[in-house]
Design a protein. Sequence first.
Length: 466
Amino acid sequence: MKIFTRNLPFFLLITLFCFTDQLFSQNHETSIGRAPATQNPVKEVTKNDNLTTTIAYGSDGIGNLWFSAAIPAGTLTQIGPNGGFLHMGGDFDGQGVFYAINGNLNSLITVNYLTGAETVVGVITGVTAGLTVTSISWNPADSKMYLSASNLTTSFLYTINLTTAAATLVGEITNAPCIIAIGINCTGEIYGVDIVTDSLVSINPGTGAGTVLGALNFDANYAQDVDFDFATNTLYLAAYNNTAMSGELRTANLTNGSTALVLGWPGVELTSFGIQGSCGPVPVELNRFEAVPKDGQVELQWATSTETNNKGFSIERKSADGFIEVGFVQGAGTTAEIKQYSFTDRNIPAGTQIYRLRQIDLDGTVALSSEVTVEIGAPTTFSLDQNYPNPFNPSTTFDFKIATGGKVMLSVYDLLGRELEVLVDEMMTPGSYSVKFDATGYSSGIYLYRLESSGFVQTRKLIIMK
């Protein structure tokens, strides 16, 4: 007899209660929910950065904690708590958003994979009464999220609308009493884990028809999940081994269904599990670019969702002669993780400024971002900032502000007051400026630099250390 204890009508729960003696007399009753909390205590788990090539994320059904997992090593890092409810499957969509099923509320949710914070999309509709949703998985071949549901005797395949949480029936998953998890590869092939027969099943995405590939070679039970590493076409199981009474990471043979243990997860049972990645070439996808004025300067901030062969970003500001480069920030090469970037432009005249990014691939290919506009107010006072870095070798930068237009002079002197070099000698409009000073030809020691403009004079010390 198979048991099913979650989300059942009241009369069915009463019926199950009547079979208490039978349930406790059997060792391996199949269940869709979380594993018993009587397993090994949670041990500290850490990430091995040397082995990390891809990152997976998921929710622990024992302690309602949010984890990342290094793939292929399998080592875990605890990120924080989730929303406090059992997940029944989860996966990333094609845009890098992690979706999961809140089993307690029967709702579709999104999870901030960097923090574990959850947001409810909506209550799931369209799933036949008496079935429990057991898993969801993104299909990159048709850009749809698929959903499995079961009552421990029959399993069904659905698609689910990620905006409305409405499910649409595809068909019965034949030859599979309880599909607990589904995973889909880049070509749209669906694979499911059946915890009644302990087998791997190939599922037709158009009809739901199931074909048994073979035995998993371990006693799978309770909520668990699977996902593909698209880069290697490897199916990973965030499994629960009923014999070992422990969570595990396993890989599956897609021909005969057998699995191989990667790493044991004592005290952790990942009931949602999604691996970051994409199919085919990963573009440099810019998802944010903004300019923020700050103290007469501009802080440029941007982020990418994915990058492929990204050498970096040339930051360009528009001038009378067209766009000029004001800085360069190195890219992340190839990655499917969100990357945050920033750059501060200090050499800025007052007025309207326009910026753009010139993204450069390792092969020299160039792509331009959209333009952003920012208004820079004129400084209200003159000032000369301390050079940075200081001490320095061989170069440093002088920042200064001009409150009114006029002749500006910036010069370097020795301690005897002898002028060594004139860096600026020209008419300038109000604004904030930066000037670099190369001291390659100077010996170590203390020197002076002085700003003069419209009656304003200020002198500071600098230190050359070679």
